[in-house]
Design a protein around this ligand. Structure first.
Ligand SMILES: CC(C)(COP(=O)(O)OP(=O)(O)OC[C@H]1O[C@@H](n2cnc3c(N)ncnc32)[C@H](O)[C@@H]1OP(=O)(O)O)[C@@H](O)C(=O)NCCC(=O)NCCS
Length: 143
């Protein structure tokens, strides 16, 4: 999607504030991957929720940084973004969706599991000290 500088700033601020990222996002790092973001905008045209959908292999798509502004939570925005992320991945031919979630992030785990993502394993991120859980969802099985 085409992102303005203001939208890129809003995405960077939202993700930096709401996620324990080891590497902070900037306007440039968002704009460099502008095509991979899906956003929800407020009536004032400000980003209130977003997700990044990144192709890793032709068959595998990573869903990253699903984030909703705190004052807009529990309104279904994350569900809407996940539906869109899956639709985009399917359109591009992906067979597998993957995401990682901090072990302590119960809300996010509940959400992804309700979308059919399965827990695979946990690793430790030495940069943050967090235990990180891997979840996957297979989109198409062998016929
Ligand atoms: C996790 C997050 C994306 C959820 O966004 P949201 O817009 O509030 O989610 P939705 O309104 O679409 O809720 C979808 C479902 O997720 C689950 N859920 C969301 N937040 C939850 C919470 N705090 N506790 C338990 N379950 C939660 C519920 O099952 C909810 O359905 P319900 O409202 O019908 O019970 C949001 O809280 C957020 O941005 N958190 C900070 C960033 C983050 O941790 N992102 C995840 C990175 S992996």
């Amino acid at each position: 999607m085409t992102l303005t500088n203001a939208h890129a700033d809003q995405i960077a601020t939202l993700l930096n504030e709401r996620n324990q990222l080891t590497q902070k996002l900037t306007r440039k790092s968002v704009l460099d991957h502008a095509d991979s973001y899906i956003c929800r905008f407020s009536d004032a045209n400000e980003v209130v929720a977003c997700v990044q959908v990144k192709s890793v292999q032709w068959y595998q798509t990573e869903i990253l940084h699903l984030t909703v502004a705190e004052f807009q939570t529990r309104k279904g925005y994350a569900k809407w973004l996940l539906c869109e992320a899956e639709r985009v991945a399917r359109t591009k031919g992906a067979r597998l969706l993957q995401c990682t979630i901090r072990e302590s992030n119960i809300g996010s785990r509940t959400l992804f599991e309700s979308f059919g993502f399965l827990y695979i394993n946990t690793f430790n991120n030495p940069s943050s000290g967090n235990n990180v859980m891997i979840f996957q969802k297979v989109l198409l099985c062998v016929q």
